[in-house]
Design a protein around this ligand. Structure first.
Ligand SMILES: Nc1ncnc2c1ncn2[C@@H]1O[C@H](COP(=O)(O)OP(=O)(O)OP(=O)(O)O)[C@@H](O)[C@H]1O
Length: 116
C-alpha cells in the first residue's frame, strides 16, 4: 500500500510539473473547467457526461504523454536530429487528434442543448 501511495505521489508530481511547464496543458485545463461548467449549466445526462469525461481524459492524457516524449527526446537528442523531430511531431499529432475529436464530441453533446 505504501509503495502504491508513493507511485501515486510521483505520478501527481508529473501532472503538476506538466501544468507548471507546459502552456498547452494549462490551456487544456481552462477548456476542461469551461466545458464542465457549461455541462453543469446545460444539465447534461449521465451518458453525455460519460462522453465529455472520456474526451477530456484523452486530451489531458495525450498532453502528458507528449510532455514525456519531449523530455525523453531532449535527453536523447539535445541537438537537431530528424528522428527527434519525427518523434516530437508524432507526439504533438496525438494531442491534436485527441483535441479535434474532443471538439467533435463537444459539438455532438452540446449541439442539441444549444439548438434544440
Ligand atoms: N532535437 C530536435 N531535432 C529536430 N527537430 C526538433 C528537435 N526538437 C524540436 N524539434 C522540432 O522543432 C519544431 C518546434 O519545436 P519546439 O522546440 O518549438 O517545440 P517542442 O519542443 O516540440 O515543444 P515545446 O514548445 O512544448 O517545448 C517541431 O517541429 C519539433 O519537432
Amino acid at each position: 500500500m505504501r509503495r502504491f501511495l508513493r507511485s501515486v505521489a510521483f505520478a501527481w508530481a508529473g501532472v503538476r510539473a506538466s501544468v507548471r511547464t507546459e502552456a498547452n496543458m494549462r490551456l487544456h485545463l481552462v477548456a476542461v473547467v469551461a466545458v464542465n461548467a457549461a455541462g453543469w449549466l446545460a444539465g447534461l445526462s449521465r451518458t453525455e457526461w460519460l462522453a465529455i469525461v472520456i474526451a477530456q481524459g484523452m486530451v489531458l492524457g495525450a498532453e502528458l504523454l507528449n510532455t514525456a516524449v519531449e523530455h525523453v527526446v531532449d535527453l536523447a537528442s539535445p541537438g537537431p536530429h530528424p528522428l527527434a523531430k519525427a518523434a516530437k511531431d508524432a507526439a504533438a499529432g496525438a494531442v491534436l487528434v485527441a483535441a479535434v475529436m474532443a471538439v467533435i464530441v463537444g459539438l455532438i453533446v452540446f449541439g442539441p442543448h444549444i439548438v434544440p
